[in-house]
Design a protein around this ligand. Structure first.
Ligand code: GLA
Length: 745
């Protein structure tokens, strides 16, 4: 029986059997209710089966323009235990009719009915790359509009759902996914990112076996602990690298990321019938969204893509897509200014004279932007007071911020400021005035973290207060940049202003208001740039990235730790947004690990560079080194942060070595960074065979730092650098080298 079913799944889904006769035309066609979207190197197709259910038909490498997709047919029941409704994969399954796999939508009606079966109503094809499909319950007035929009360059598909209640009574939505993805039946390896404070961006890889792997946040926010991104690599002998078969540069990979900054969940399911499905959207834990008659609930967008160049190819598609379509300055965001940030140097001890003294030193090494961190406002002497009171502290800045900002400008830099708008210390004027403004359940304790509570941004008055003080701050001061922090997760998520059965809407209204404040501020202050920080990398996702220009990946700035964090980070996100500061050595974490300034600089130069060290303690030699390396960074920055990234040697799993390479879009320039972290037995750095160059072009080598073995040519073809490769002279503890290749005309 099992074999029979496997065969049926293969018939419907496998890439090899799909290509059958069909419609003459086009990148997108609807034939016998088959919908097909093509873009980049991928094709996505789904159709309506004989019962009226919307069924996935194909997701994978691009099919021929004239190839046809066989229409959808539901699958039979599996003995008497799994109905066709559960054996047949669906694009967006309602929970009803005996569905035992993960539903996309689960609803309770006013009369207690909890059965929801969604059937196709009609579809609208906006353009060849976009289609909207309306589904409806078989008897009740619940409508779901599924939106599909495929990026013609990357082939990345944006999917979301809009749920509408046309019943006369409210319904409660208990679970709402943005999308469900179905993969062809095969053996797979799942990659996903987990972490903790000061330890974000760990790449996990494991075989997908029976059951479900849930990655999620129940914290009200994206979270350090897991990131809403996945990649699924098809296991095959060619792609085998490491313990599992997740190939870095070879093999098929399906990947996705959810654009939502609240509680989220992605479930990767390997059903008992060997189907692999991914369902992602709002986290159903403590959900319960009351949808009144005529109301809509719009889900976040779940992006999904396909690459046949391994995880490296998948991340390069993501990077390009983020630059071209997600970031506020898309399609061509300007490379980030090199910043100086005062946090690790001065912590809360900021004042005008002290910040000016550091700003002068920062300007002398070529820094573009000076950012004053926490401590400048309210009664903020430490983390016990002040959040909520966004006036300039008169003892620290008796003349306001203007003299400091003017000085920073006169030094040739622009000015940025730290804020944490959604938080409040109980020791603040704001809390004394509005104790009801925080997330809380009346009569219950209010759990503090870092001595602070979370403002309930879902409340319109709180939302307006937050937007109001930020607008005033930006109107009254010449501020180019906000570092927008968020230093705790939710507890007691009550919202007693609204009726009890509407309080759980807080999970959505909070995030919508956050996005709308960011959007309004950007509209009113078009030059403002914003960083998303949450005690490090606790709020990094494609939702917040529509409104923020960069992120703070981690409070951990140890340059060795950062190598593996940056490695993990780049699987999902572009180096453009990956702020990387050079801080002091010995470092405060890891028992005062010592590293050279050169090693620290090169570690950070793989992302968007910043300096966060206490410049008051630097020697003349340190200033000279930093100045030289910042200049080298500036001259190759566009290649480093916008180029195609190749993770040549991974720092994961205790590797002694690591190396990254980026290649500009036109293949004119390439930058390589290499690290030897604790070599043993005099072992040499592995041969570096580069990637992504034009084999027929001539490239000249120039060193940013370090050297190669004698005999390495100063100039050679792309073929030489990629096939013969070069041997670095790099051994020892925490050693680093970097070089550039420039195409010769
Ligand atoms: C968080 C941030 C740090 C710093 C402090 C200030 O931890 O991640 O970079 O801004 O807050 O309190």
């Amino acid at each position: 029986m099992k074999t029979f079913l496997k065969m049926l799944f293969s018939c419907v889904l496998s890439t090899s059997l799909l290509v059958v006769l069909l419609s003459a035309d086009s990148t997108a066609a609807q034939t016998a209710q088959v919908f097909r979207l093509d873009g980049g190197n991928s094709t996505y197709a789904f159709g309506v089966n004989e019962h009226g259910e919307l069924q996935p038909l194909y997701w994978g490498g691009r099919l021929g323009a004239h190839d046809s997709i066989p229409p959808a047919h539901s699958l039979p029941e599996m003995a008497s235990f799994d109905s066709p409704y559960t054996t047949t994969p669906q694009e967006y399954a309602g929970w009803g009719a005996g569905l035992f796999t993960e539903p996309a939508l689960k609803v309770t009606f006013a009369d207690g009915n909890r059965d929801l079966v969604l059937h196709f109503v009609h579809a609208t094809q906006g353009n060849p790359q976009a289609v909207e499909v309306q589904l409806k319950d078989i008897s009740r007035e619940i409508y779901v509009t599924l939106r599909y929009s495929l990026d013609s360059e990357s082939g990345i598909l944006a999917r979301s759902a809009d749920i509408e209640n046309r019943e006369k009574q409210p319904v409660v939505i208990e679970q709402a996914a943005a999308a469900q993805w179905t993969l062809p039946p095969a053996r797979y390896t799942l990659s996903y990112l987990t972490g903790r404070w000061a330890g974000e961006w760990t790449l996990n890889q494991e075989p997908i076996l029976g059951g479900a792997r849930v990655i999620e946040s129940r914290r009200g926010t994206t979270g350090h602990q897991a990131n809403p991104w996945f990649a699924i690599s098809r296991d095959d002998s060619q792609a085998t690298v490491g313990p599992f078969a997740a190939g870095e540069e070879h093999g098929e990979v399906w990947f996705g990321a959810l654009a939502w900054s609240g509680s989220w969940r992605i479930t990767v399911e390997h059903t008992q019938l060997d189907a692999v499905r991914v369902t992602g959207g709002f986290n159903p834990f403590d959900f319960g969204y009351k949808l009144k008659p005529a109301e809509h609930l719009e889900t976040p967008i779940f992006y999904g893509g396909y690459s046949n160049h391994g995880l490296g190819g998948a991340s390069r598609l993501m990077h390009r897509f983020e630059l071209a379509h997600i970031l506020p300055q898309a399609p061509d965001p300007k490379p980030r200014p090199v910043i100086y940030n005062s946090w690790e140097a001065t912590e809360f001890r900021v004042d005008e004279a002290g910040q000016i003294a550091i700003a002068e030193k920062a300007a002398s090494i070529g820094v573009d932007r000076f950012v004053m961190d926490d401590g400048w406002f309210g009664q903020r002497k430490d983390d016990h007071a002040g959040l909520g009171d966004w006036y300039v502290n008169p003892e620290k800045f008796p003349r306001g911020l203007k003299p400091l900002i003017d000085k920073v400008h006169s030094l040739g830099m622009d000015f940025g400021l730290w804020v944490e708008p959604e938080m409040i210390n109980p020791n603040s004027d704001l809390y004394r005035k509005h104790p009801d403004w925080v997330l809380n359940f009346p009569g219950r304790p209010r759990s503090e973290s870092r001595n602070q509570l979370v403002l309930n941004l879902a409340r319109p008055d709180v939302r307006d207060y937050v937007e109001g003080f930020l607008d005033k701050l930006l109107t009254e001061n010449d501020i180019a940049f906000l570092k927008w922090d968020y230093n705790r997760n939710w507890s007691e998520p009550g919202w007693d202003q609204v009726p009890f059965d509407e309080q759980k809407r807080v999970y959505i209204e909070f995030i919508r208001n956050l996005y709308s404040i960011l959007a309004d501020l950007r509209k009113k202050h078009p030059k403002i740039e914003i960083e998303s920080c949450s005690g490090g990398g606790g709020r990094v996702d494609l939702g917040i990235l529509r409104y923020t220009d960069e992120v703070w990946p981690s409070d951990n700035t140890d340059p060795f730790d950062r190598l593996s964090m940056q490695d993990g980070f780049t699987y999902a996100y572009t180096p453009q947004i990956m702020m990387a500061w050079v801080t002091d050595s010995p470092h405060w974490l890891n028992n005062k690990r010592m590293t050279s300034l050169t090693y620290r600089m090169l570690s950070s130069m793989q992302g968007s560079l910043g300096i966060g060290a206490n410049l008051n303690n630097w020697t003349a030699e340190d200033f000279a080194t930093a100045k030289r390396l910042i200049a080298a960074y500036h001259s190759a920055q566009r290649t480093i942060v916008h180029g195609d990234l190749y993770r040549l040697i991974s720092p994961r799993d205790g590797s002694e070595f690591s190396a990254t390479q980026t290649v500009s879009a036109e293949k004119n320039q390439s930058a390589v960074f290499a690290f030897a972290n604790a070599t043993q037995e005099g072992r040499d750095f592995p041969l570096l065979q580069l990637q992504g160059l034009d084999p027929n072009a001539e490239y000249k080598l120039s060193w940013i730092e370090g050297k190669a073995r004698p005999g390495t040519p100063e100039s050679a073809s792309g073929a030489w650098w990629m096939r013969h490769g070069l041997q670095l002279d790099l051994r020892g503890d925490f050693q680093a080298a970097a070089f550039r290749l420039d195409r010769q005309h």
